[in-house]
Design a protein around this ligand. Structure first.
Ligand SMILES: *Cc1c(COP(=O)(O)O)cnc(C)c1O
Length: 390
């Protein structure tokens, strides 16, 4: 993690005042010395000094040449989609983030962009699906919520041979754990709302690319369409990133403890965590990631919505909420929350069973989190026993 701490350490000190914190430039415009003569800033949709610090920071963290900051993760995704034209096609992971699926299906399909979904944990599935019309291969790794792993380097080789770009939604890993551009991806994107901002207090999105021409194209689209992150939220995201390496260490440590606790409990059916040796993506994750992340997903032996809900009623540290990646632990029931817009059949195919619970492990003491899981499982055991007794 040293490399990341060095990048963070080099965040600029304000030359005017020496302020150690990046100033928030809350301005819409900038005075010019003569028409067209200015200090690199003319209008704050095009460039804002606070946002620029964040954009340079994500470019460095992801080992790219250009970074861009957007009003949300979906706004960043929208900008990437605008690289395409009617007739172009996308190959995407089948358990893609629900919001990306909704945008592809209900916004971009009517403009003539087709998306094919497949299981990317086997790279040859991608190889066989590539066509001349394929412009983007859209990966998430680890995926949501069953944490499937895609081999970025292998897929990038196949995609580049077919002249397609590889996009990696790196939200779940963060650049502290995984650097897709180094592995051959062309575009990396983040919902900065999650681990990068890290405190569940801002909605934001980030892109980073290595190729300068591609960076300029995306910058043009962002400015032309106006989807930018404001200066306050840019500042909050910078401040969040300053503790990213420390937080990710704690998230990974806690998630492993929680995964192990769940894996040895009699009421638990399957535990999904790439850090467990039995996880199908464990070996690839061990190569391409520096840590296994803070998300743990599991199903219960009694696979019903009611049992999952009983569990979620009892947790004290894990608060029931959408979202993930913050310092405070959160729990979610994908079948009725994040994935409720996906038809049940499709949802079950993606492994999202009725009892599936997703945990976002925060940075609390590991013992408190494992105790919380155990007491909540104990209470559903009572609940289950009562059902049997009656
Ligand atoms: C949350 C999320 C998004 C969308 O980001 P927003 O900031 O909510 O717009 C995209 N991808 C993944 C993997 C996410 O978890």
């Amino acid at each position: 993690m040293q490399e990341i701490t060095q990048i963070i350490q080099q965040l600029p000190i304000d030359p005017l005042t020496g302020s150690v914190s990046v100033p928030i430039y809350q301005t819409a415009t900038f005075v010019q010395e003569a028409p067209g003569v200015h200090k690199g800033f003319d209008y704050a949709r095009s460039n804002n000094p606070t946002r620029l610090v964040l954009e340079n920071l994500i470019a460095q963290l992801e080992d790219g040449s250009k970074g861009l900051a957007f009003a949300s993760g979906l706004a960043a995704i929208d900008c990437v989609l605008k690289l395409l034209k009617s007739g172009d096609e996308i190959i995407a992971v089948d358990d893609i983030y629900g919001g990306s699926f909704r945008m592809f299906t209900h916004v971009y399909e009517k403009f003539g962009i087709k998306v094919h979904y497949l299981d990317a944990s086997n790279p040859t599935n991608i190889l066989h699906a590539l066509k001349p019309q394929t412009k983007l291969v859209w990966l998430e790794t680890p995926t949501n919520p069953t944490l499937k792993i895609a081999d970025i380097a292998a897929i990038a080789r196949y995609a580049h041979a077919a002249d397609a770009w590889v996009v990696v939604d790196n939200t779940f890993a963060s650049p502290a754990l995984q650097k897709p551009l180094q592995l051959g991806a062309d575009i990396v994107l983040h919902s900065a709302t999650k681990y990068l901002a890290g405190h569940s207090d801002v909605i934001g999105g980030l892109l980073a690319v290595r190729d300068e021409a591609l960076g300029q194209q995306l910058k043009f689209l962002q400015n032309a369409c106006g989807n930018i992150l404001g200066p306050w939220d840019s500042w909050l995201t910078i401040r969040g990133i300053e503790t990213l390496p420390l937080r990710m260490e704690a998230h990974c440590r806690n998630a492993l403890a929680v995964a192990q606790t769940l894996a040895s409990h009699p009421l638990v059916d399957t535990v999904y965590y790439p850090g467990l040796p039995q996880h199908p993506g464990h070996e690839v994750a061990a190569i391409q990631q520096k840590g296994f992340g803070g998300i743990v997903t599991f199903t219960l032996k009694e696979d019903t919505e009611a049992t999952a809900k009983a569990f979620l009623q009892q947790t004290r540290y894990f608060r029931l909420a959408e979202s993930l990646g913050g310092v405070k632990s959160l729990a979610a029931h994908p079948a009725t929350m994040t994935h409720k817009s996906i038809p049940r059949e499709r949802r079950l195919q993606a492994g999202v069973k009725d009892s599936l619970i997703r945990l976002s492990c925060g940075i609390e003491a590991a013992q408190d989190l494992t105790d919380d899981i155990l007491q909540s499982l104990q209470s559903i055991q009572k609940h289950t026993n009562t059902l049997i007794a009656h």
